[in-house]
Design a protein around this ligand. Structure first.
Ligand SMILES: [Zn+2]
Length: 508
């Protein structure tokens, strides 16, 4: 009797699980290729102008996503608002003047201001210290025999290996130049003059003297002005004759008397961007959450060329929208999730995961009540390097970083999904570092278990050619069904995902 009793309980609970899976499958079917395509045709349209953070295109996209969440009957996910606003800053140069004795240099032609290092004011410079390449390697420390404290430093953008090369063949390495500027400031420089090799080759737009956007105001206390000059301007400043850039290697390091007057007037514009958040309330576990994310921002436009970002990450954005609709539909039919679900499309991803950083530092629900974050960033294309059993694959990244449960759950759900779960990029030490490169990272960093779904990098990645007609909607539908079914299980299981592994993934 006892034995039979156990069997029948087992039988009933199996039936219940089967019924739930059937429900999940039924509502997953409401997410169709056609819906995904219709949505993406809007989100990645020319009207959205590439959705660059803090631009009108991004705001139009946000308004559209908000309208969809409202239409599905989701609640606002941030108090009474569907949008969570966050500040963005951008420096703009009002004017800059550089005079040598009575000679005026022309902006853009002879010199330019590094806006991120610009300090307002007028600077009179009577001496510059030329430090050559400005390197601080152990073997060759260009600061070893000079004292630059409180002085203006002039250094070469190029390195020894590149100085004689044709300027078209050498693209200046931004990172290396930053390191040189940092070295000068660390040594106490009052200002830095970078002699730029490709000064006139850089396509500057005089009308648009705007710097990069940033999210956190840096302290300007220790900032020193940094300017770039052409080799001709450098020659005048040093009162030396130079035929070409590579002649600079014959200039001896040391102090040079000069007479420069630099005036910088910049202003900082206050901009704004947002995350769009819709909430579907759960039933008996509504104080626990799962959060589905995708980033709706992309690279915007350069001149008049639009970066459509259909795959990156229009595909994740419309996946979140379509999953919201399917869950809302289920709720209307009495099959709503037990846990609450937050559907969040974030911006600022392409700038450096800003939206998700803002959310995780200003969460709308306690982060320890978020069972899992499923992040969808690029799910509409096929990696040309892909070598697997089939083309029906999705890369899954990060499942095993905080919990031993997620991989097992993915594998059990996927039994019927006919997708290959490819975990080749799962290791955070993988040279591509995909684990650090999308919004889930900010959740993981804060202890929330995550799964990142991804299709790989292709030739249209971050190019204007990432367009809707290149999306493989058949495969995208399969991937979204897998994510939806996973979300369904996460939202309805008895326990939150266990956080049973230490967070040990290094930093971005
Ligand atoms: Zn991207």
């Amino acid at each position: 009797m006892k034995k039979i009793f156990i069997i029948s309980v087992f039988f009933i609970s199996t039936l219940a699980i089967a019924q739930k899976n059937k429900d999940a499958a039924k509502f997953a079917q409401t997410i169709t290729q056609k819906d995904l395509k219709d949505q993406l045709t809007i989100v990645a349209s020319a009207e959205m102008e590439g959705r660059e953070t803090a631009t009108p295109g991004q705001k139009r996209a946000a308004a559209y996503i908000e309208s969809q969440f409202k239409e599905f009957g989701l609640l606002p996910g941030n108090g009474s608002s569907y949008q969570q606003l966050y500040p963005v800053f951008q420096d703009e140069l009002k004017s800059a003047m550089l005079d040598l004795y009575n000679l005026k240099f022309a902006y853009d032609k002879d010199f330019a201001i590094n806006l991120s290092n610009a300090v307002n004011g007028t600077f009179n410079v009577n001496e510059v210290v030329f430090v050559g390449y400005g390197n601080t390697d152990k073997e060759k420390d260009d600061y070893k025999n000079v004292n630059v404290k409180g002085k203006w430093v002039m250094l070469l953008e190029a390195n020894a290996a590149d100085i004689d090369k044709d300027e078209n063949s050498t693209m200046s390495n931004q990172r290396a130049v930053f390191a040189k500027i940092n070295a000068a400031t660390k040594n106490g420089a009052a200002g830095v003059i970078v002699v730029s090799k490709s000064f006139l080759k850089i396509n500057r737009q005089p009308a648009q003297r705007k710097g990069n956007m940033y999210m956190k105001k840096q302290t300007t206390e220790n900032a020193v002005p940094v300017i770039s000059v052409s080799y001709q301007a450098a020659a005048s400043i040093l009162t030396r004759f130079l035929n070409n850039y590579s002649d600079l290697k014959n200039i001896a390091p040391g102090n040079y008397a000069t007479n420069i007057k630099l005036t910088i007037d910049k202003t900082t514009n206050n901009l704004e961007s947002s995350n769009v958040i819709g909430l579907l309330e759960g039933t008996d576990k509504k104080d626990e959450y799962i959060i589905l994310t995708g980033h709706y921002d992309h690279l915007g436009k350069r001149d008049s060329v639009i970066y459509f970002g259909a795959d990156d990450d229009g595909s994740g954005t419309v996946s979140v929208i379509e999953m919201a609709q399917a869950f809302a539909e289920a709720k209307k039919k009495g099959k709503g999730p037990r846990r609450s679900i937050l559907f969040m499309t974030v911006s600022g991803e392409e700038k450096g995961l800003w939206g998700s950083e803002y959310y995780t530092t200003h969460p709308t629900v306690p982060l320890n009540k978020i069972s899992v974050n499923l992040n969808t960033d690029m799910v509409g294309r096929i990696d040309p390097l892909y070598k697997g059993d089939s083309m029906n694959y999705v890369y899954a990244i990060g499942e095993d970083k905080l919990s031993t449960e997620l991989m097992k759950i993915t594998d059990s759900i996927n039994k019927s999904a006919n997708l290959e779960i490819d975990r080749r990029f799962n290791d955070p030490k993988d040279p591509n570092r995909f684990y650090y490169r999308s919004d889930h990272y900010n959740f993981a960093k804060n202890g929330v278990p995550i799964i990142f779904y991804f299709d790989g990098v292709h030739k249209d990645y971050h190019r204007p050619t990432d367009t809707v007609e290149k999306i493989n909607f058949d495969l995208m539908e399969k991937r979204v069904h897998l994510i939806f079914n996973t979300a369904w299980v996460m939202a309805n299981r008895n326990e939150m995902i266990k956080r049973d592994l230490p967070l040990n993934v290094g930093t971005r």
